[in-house]
Design a protein around this ligand. Structure first.
Ligand code: SF4
Length: 279
């Protein structure tokens, strides 16, 4: 198999088989991320992709799922992506789900009809690392899109019938902007129709611009308790009511235990400081 650094697979989808079709990240400049910092973006050579599929067809001929790598493999235009999906189906004819994590902006270069066609080829479920629906925050961490883009591109996915997760990144706005991040994200996420809204907490990794800013006093990280206050503010206002851990599907299973646990955030009693502490 032709895997190149950095290899990151989404742990909530089946871990095998994986197929790398791109290297690195087309954006590569979010202020909190160093994951692909030293990797130039490239599309894997088609010969590599075909060799890998040939290998997988002998190892797992009955595979029904596959996860595409690397950071945002769906950045390719339909004309480049469709032949790869066609090859996956040819080499692994029982394929049902072709999973991929990707950026909101990667949907822009595809029409709804093209998204429908990709879905027919197996692209039924994807994950969007949205992080925030607040324009100030998106600009602050250089995500490379705005709230209106999120609504527009997620609307296309919904129209095409492609299921998608959205992530809310706790702490990414810093202390001063925490509540705006929570409230505006809830407003924007509520205008979308995700199968699931997941969350993670910001970690200031060495080498990131955001850590440098924090060290200079220009960014104030949240404590773990403050992250929970922020998450609670978000969950209370987000009308999708599809909160959960990836791996469950609140859209299809309205009563999952995981969803219930996540939603119970709104009932967290007095252990948390009031949101006004972050206003
Ligand atoms: S889009 Fe994702 S992988 Fe790329 S720089 Fe931003 S967080 Fe990192």
């Amino acid at each position: 198999m032709h895997f190149t650094e950095t290899v990151y697979r989404n742990p909530y989808w089946p871990t095998f088989p994986l197929l790398q079709i791109t290297q690195g990240c087309t954006h590569n400049s979010c202020k909190f991320c160093t994951m692909y910092r030293n990797v130039s973006f490239k599309v894997q050579p088609m010969e590599w992709i075909e060799e890998d599929l040939r290998e997988l067809s002998t190892l797992v001929p009955d595979a029904t799922t596959i996860q595409l790598l690397s950071a945002n493999p769906l950045c390719m235009t339909y004309d480049k992506l469709a032949p790869i999906l066609e090859k996956i189906n040819r080499y692994l004819p029982k394929m049902e789900y072709i999973y991929a994590a990707t950026r909101v902006t990667d949907i822009q270069n595809k029409t709804v009809e093209q998204l429908k066609a990709l879905k027919e080829m197996g692209m039924r479920e994807i994950s969007l690392g949205v992080e925030s629906g607040d324009d100030w925050t998106l600009d602050r961490v250089n995500k490379g899109y705005h709230a209106s883009d999120i609504v527009e591109q997620c609307g296309k996915l919904t129209e095409a019938g492609v299921d998608f997760w959205m992530t809310f990144l706790k702490g990414v706005a810093g202390r001063e902007h925490s509540m705006d991040h929570a409230i505006h994200s809830a407003e924007i996420f509520s205008q979308c129709d995700p199968m699931l809204v997941g969350t993670g907490g910001l970690v200031l990794f060495p080498g990131t611009p955001l850590l440098e800013e924090a060290e200079k006093g220009e960014f104030t990280p949240l404590s773990e308790k403050e992250m929970l206050v922020e998450l609670k503010a978000f969950v209370e206002r987000d009308r999708t009511r599809r909160h959960g851990s990836p791996g469950c599907n609140p859209k299809k299973q309205e009563d999952t235990v995981i969803k219930a646990k996540f939603n119970r955030m709104v009932d967290l009693p007095d252990v948390l400081p009031n949101e006004s502490a972050l206003h």
